[in-house]
Design a protein around this ligand. Sequence first.
Ligand code: FUL
Length: 501
Amino acid sequence: MKSRIDLVFLMTILTTVGFAQTKNFVSVNASMSDDELLKIAATITPTPQQLRWQRLELTGFIHFGINTFTGREWGEGKDDPKLFNPTALNAKQWVKACKDAGIRQIILTAKHHDGFCLWPSKFTEYSVKNSPWKDGKGDVVKEVADACKEFGLGFGVYLSPWDRNNASYGTEAYNEYFINQLTELLTQYGKVDEVWFDGANGEGSNGKKQVYDFERWYAHIRKLQPQAVIAVSGPDVRWVGTESGHGREEEWSVVPVGKKNKLNEGSQTKVDTPPAGDMTGQVLGSRSQLRDGDALKWYPAETDVSIRPGWFYHESEDKKVKTPEYLKEIYFHSVGRNGVLLLNIPPDKRGLLTDFDVAALKSWKGKLDAIFKVNLLKEAKGVGAVKKIKSLLDGNDATHLSFSMKGNDNVVEMSLKGEKTFNVLSLQENISVGQRVEKFILEYWVDGEWKKATEGTTIGFKRLLEFPAVTTTKVRLRIVSARLQPALAEIGLYFNKEDKK
Ligand code: FUL
């Protein structure tokens, strides 16, 4: 009995120590050595909310509103609410098409910059309640939230801070208006998993200037929907810096933040202040940048892009829906570059996703399923850390493969089951302990020597690389540089038959 109590005691201590060592946000100062900084960067971890969000991989964006009926991208807030009149709106069709494509969470533009609300807000007349749709009794937010619940997808809301309709915009009263709208959205529709604040503002030099009370808004969200991540102009999820769908080759989820570099100014432990800096830099969290802020923070990238040229539906773009092949490339360059993809699919004037968009989604999913159907390492055998790899492949997080980084131990060699041809590498780090890998090389055995198949810098949650097909019986993965002992969560080799390179 005594020994069991000791064991429980010991485990409690270990767990506590473990927790104490994992942090989401750490202040740094000039007196810290390079080694210290690197260790901090390597042990910063996502919050449970960030981890859940990262694991979604694919999320969907729905831009729908008064612009759908006027053909604009940015309404001025003056269009008649009577224009909003979808003839066959069916949110279940949106959600099902997304789910069938592997999308696991949907964010709806509850209010875009024009200020028109897709729910019957008590605090403005500029909403669906003054439209002919369902005789003013309709509520798009409810229909989408309910459909997400029914199909088992996460649900998020986009609420534009910039509002071109509300008379109070530009005064302190607007912050109150915004809080009231948040309260409606966060209390009337069940669980909300993501709140998306757009940073766009086109007021110009003579336009209205609004000081947003971000801290109050964030605290309100944390209180009403603590499980939600707050994205983009928010403290949990960072805009990747482009709307092209192509993220960075080197993408760090730990980045310097604070007044010094203006990226997410302020301290997350004290206040959640909005990001204000340039997020478009080529790399944001490399070794040489770790001193650029007042703190280091887990602040992962979201890669948003529309399936069409515009964010809202325009009939003239029906033939410009991105091809499944291009969407596949976007997948590799977003999810496969340590990001979460936020793919916009805008419903048309009927309130339906068109056949063009649905067909593209379907065929995209088919392509990805075909590529990732067989992990050729599943049957690997024989040497090195194969036993551990098998546990990785079984998806058991707890048995992640760690490298010692001592001597040659940073190498894992795998024998394939006979000769195999492949052209896709998939790697994942166990980010629940941090992001650590800085450079890796995949080699294959040919003509009695090791040759490079592909190489990369960061891995993070997921790294996907395509390369000219190679045929071999043996491969090895070398972690050439890491901030701390790397911990991998997945290794996969696949063959994309359609890639003739
Ligand atoms: C931008 C907005 O201005 C676009 O209209 C769109 O909503 C996009 C997702 O974000 O900042």
